[in-house]
Design a protein around this ligand. Structure first.
Ligand code: ADP
Ligand code: MG
Length: 254
């Protein structure tokens, strides 16, 4: 068990000629909540996707809980992980996207038990019991039998969070989890995220919800054109941003 949950060192990622991450270095401590801000196109989603094995980095190093992402180190040689090893690593990280991505033909409860049963081989009765606990935790104890299209966007996103939690992840990544929601539904999703943070979950959250960042983040990190240009506790970040780009960004968004 590593005290540093995520460690990025000089991470580079390009798509063809476009260099999207230009040497990103960041440490996220166990139990820490880091909010990642930055203009559209600055590389936030790509960085999260790299952490979760959804993109391969071109150079630099990335560790999750002390384990190298994408590679196994044998002596001083690096071997690319096989697919089943990637799956095993990915199962330990929960990810919540802007679009809820629930399986439309399954009820809320079935969505939640799917991965524990099929990936973790958890007995069904145990998975169902845990799903009920998680439904209660996200405030939807009575909606387990509902299909996604019978739920509001905010409820679907809370189910998506419960589904991620069902795998008992050691790290949760959120990519603009409230951006697709009607304004009146944002609060219920942020409340679930706040309670997770209070319970000590390690979280990296890409968000434009400055109130959430101010209140919940231990650290706020600003990305600009594929680099981290500022990283500070919220009081300092919002109260006295150092970088001109951060000041510009905040003046537009606040
Ligand atoms: P953000 O989440 O900060 O808006 P992204 O990480 O989504 O930024 O994207 C950063 C840049 O990388 C954008 O210019 C985007 O168009 C480009 N990009 C992202 N994914 C791909 C991809 N799979 N192929 C090509 N370009 C991509
Ligand atoms: Mg994005």
């Amino acid at each position: 068990m590593s005290q540093v949950m995520v460690k990025a060192e000089g991470v580079h990622k390009r798509f063809g000629a476009l260099e999207v991450l230009k040497g990103v270095s960041l440490d996220v401590q166990r139990g820490e909540v880091v909010c990642l801000l930055g203009a559209s196109g600055s590389g936030k989603s790509t960085f999260l996707r790299c952490i979760n094995h959804l993109e391969k980095i071109d150079s630099g190093r990335l560790w999750v809980d002390g384990e190298l992402v994408g590679y196994r180190q044998v002596g001083d040689r690096l071997h690319e992980l096989r697919d089943h090893e990637v799956c095993r690593h990915r199962a330990e990280v929960g990810m919540v996207f802007q679009r809820f991505n629930l399986f439309g033909h399954m009820t809320a409860l079935q969505n939640i038990i799917e991965a524990p049963i099929h990936v973790r081989k958890m007995p069904k009765a145990q998975a169902v019991q845990r799903a009920h606990e998680l439904l209660a935790r996200v405030g939807l104890a009575d909606r387990g039998d509902a299909y996604p299209n019978q739920l509001s966007g905010g409820q679907q996103q809370r189910i998506a969070i419960a589904r991620a939690l069902a795998m008992s992840p050691k790290l949760m990544l959120f990519d603009e989890p409230t951006s697709a929601l009607d304004p009146e539904l944002v609060g219920e999703v942020l409340d679930v995220m706040k309670s997770l943070a209070r319970d000590g979950m390690t979280m990296v959250v890409v968000t434009h919800e400055m109130g959430f960042a101010r209140e919940v983040a231990d650290r706020v990190v600003m990305m600009h054109q594929g680099q981290i240009i500022e990283s500070a506790p919220p009081e300092q970040f919002f109260g006295a941003p150092q970088h001109e780009r951060t000041q510009q960004f905040l003046s537009k968004i606040l």
